[in-house]
Design a protein around this ligand. Structure first.
Ligand code: NAI
Ligand code: MG
Length: 505
């Protein structure tokens, strides 16, 4: 660990000093109920993207750490699975209460670590973690099987059993929420979990793990930090890991799925998106403009797999809509993520900054295309090295532009006019992705007809919410495999069904 960030005792009580907390959490995994450094002794820097300053360090996990975590998890899972399901649920729900008591702390720390604005994003995310834990915590008594009418004199039933150790690999864009969506159902179902955090955002999830371990038995929830090939890959490959759940890029999703196939274990993949938004002239105009700002997740710098990065607007309102959207985004405040006034924070890392900037430069260089930059850059001298990117609204791009085809994962949306619903539908479906879509119209007959024909895992009419507890979430096509966030997702993806037959004739 670098000398500049000495490790300190981790505070017991909630703290609003995110800098001290980041230092205190530095350089360790959480395995078997305790903080432990990497077996190799190595760590890597964690940087605040709003200032460019190093705020701490994360343990650099490798196969030895993976083995320690998985072995601990496998041992702990046996007794965990023997607890009554409702008791497991009650413990997960009790974790939610601890998280609630620390919401402000967690919100500040995730804003500090990822550059996501406190008011518009980070606080919301921290609260959602508690919500997800409460939701799944209440589902312990729903792990039901069936009785099957096989033959007279034979009682035939199915029972659901946990899978064992679940490996969960998470990204940096909404790490707390995405981790909660994996650990809560996995634990209630009776599995133990080993999470591999994202290298860009390892600290707040580590704090959540420590907080939940105050309630859970040691070893059922472990977390490792480290890089993908060195720490994520050995987790997927470990023989005691019986299920992998992954959120991230399509590219790595393929690698994870192949490794899971080698072991013949199930895998859930939540990958990217290029989510279309269809706006009809008969929509509620103001509500739809507001909806576009939310849909594009501009407050998260567009770093969302459900971001409405392709907006198709019926021609009679096209110009008015683009102007109104640009004006609305222009009025947003970009600045210090920890400032309550800030709407828009920073991009996560220099790599993502370069990637997003490259897309914008390409759009601006495209003949005939128009890119409108919105929202002023922050003026604060302390933020001069911050990874701020002005939101862009592009029009007049060719349909085969890379900006229209690929996931940018930044504050960039492309708006197109359309003349008839069939053309708009065809364009919306013309994508390798199929995660989410939204339709904005007061003609509900048409809206519902199109909703059925949109190739997406989640379609919303006249709203575009992020993932919600109790509603199955997950994509089709290259956007992924399997569902998250619902009772069915827990039953189908974190348990297997055993058939038991009793011949009493
Ligand atoms: P990534 O897919 O490389 O990283 C996601 C997670 O996978 C991280 O924890 C990483 O350490 C891990 N990982 C990387 N290589 C691995 C391997 N060989 N085996 C096991 N685990 C591995 O995503 P990255 O590089 O952070 O972002 C690249 C792009 O991916 C973004 O621009 C965006 O388009 C997309 N993305 C989509 C997300 C979503 O919510 N679906 C989230 C994050 C990124
Ligand atoms: Mg990557």
């Amino acid at each position: 660990m670098p000398d500049s960030v000495p490790s300190q005792a981790v505070p017991q009580d909630p703290t609003l000093d995110q800098a001290a907390l980041a230092r205190a959490l530095s350089g360790r995994h959480f395995i078997g109920g305790a903080f432990v450094p990497a077996r190799s002794g190595r760590s890597f820097a964690v940087v605040n993207p709003a200032t460019g300053l190093e705020i701490g360090a994360a343990a650099e996990g490798d196969a030895a750490d993976v083995d320690a975590a998985v072995t601990n998890a496998a041992a702990a899972q046996k007794d965990w699975a023997k607890l009554p399901a409702r008791k497991r649920g009650a413990l997960v729900a009790a974790c939610a209460a601890v998280i609630r008591a620390h919401v402000e702390e967690l919100a500040r720390l995730i804003a500090f670590e990822t550059g996501k604005a406190l008011r518009t994003e980070s606080r919301v995310e921290a609260n959602t973690v508690a919500d997800i834990l409460e939701f799944f915590g209440g589902l312990g008594s729903e792990l039901k099987g069936e009785s099957v009418p096989f033959a007279p004199g034979v009682l035939s039933v199915t029972v659901r059993e946990p899978l064992g150790v679940v490996g969960a690999i998470i990204p940096w864009n909404v790490p707390l929420l995405l981790m909660a969506l994996k650990i809560a159902p996995a634990l209630v179902a009776g599995n133990a979990v080993v999470v591999k955090s994202a290298e860009e955002a390892p600290l707040t999830v580590l704090r959540i793990c420590e907080l939940m371990n105050r309630v859970l038995p040691a070893g059922v929830f472990n977390i490792l930090s480290g890089f993908g090939p060195e720490c994520g890959a050995p987790l997927v490959a470990h023989k005691l890991v019986r299920k992998v759940t992954f959120t991230g890029s399509v590219e790595v999703g393929r690698i994870v799925a192949k490794a899971a196939a080698e072991k013949i274990i199930p895998v859930t993949l939540e990958l990217g998106g290029k989510s279309p938004m269809l706006v009809f002239a008969d929509c509620d105009f103001e509500k739809t403009v507001t909806g576009a700002v939310t849909s594009m997740r501009f407050t998260r710098q567009g770093q969302s797999c459900t971001a409405a990065s392709r907006i198709y607007v019926e021609r009679p309102i096209f110009d008015r809509f683009v102007d109104a959207l640009a004006a609305r985004v222009d009025a947003m405040v970009m600045g210090d993520p920890l400032d309550e006034k800030t709407d828009i924070g920073t991009i996560i890392s220099p790599e993502q900054f370069d990637k997003v900037s490259g897309f914008i430069a390409e759009g601006l260089a495209t003949e005939g295309a128009v890119g409108r930059a919105c929202a002023a850059m922050p003026e604060d001298a302390g933020l001069r090295k911050g990874l701020f990117i002005r939101p862009y609204i592009f029009t007049h791009l060719p349909a085969d532009s890379r900006l229209v085809r690929q996931e940018i994962f930044g504050p960039v949306t492309c708006v197109f006019p359309f003349d008839d619903a069939e053309t708009a539908l065809a364009e919306a479906n013309d994508s390798e992705y199929g995660l989410a879509a939204s339709l904005w119209t007061n003609n509900l007959k048409r809206g519902l007809e199109l909703a059925h024909r949109l190739e997406a895992g989640l379609v919303q009419i006249n709203q575009n919410l992020v993932v919600q507890a109790n509603l199955s979430y997950g994509g089709v096509k290259s956007s992924g495999l399997g569902k998250e966030a619902s009772l069915e997702s827990m039953l189908e993806h974190f348990m297997h069904k055993k058939t038991i037959m009793v011949n009493y004739s």
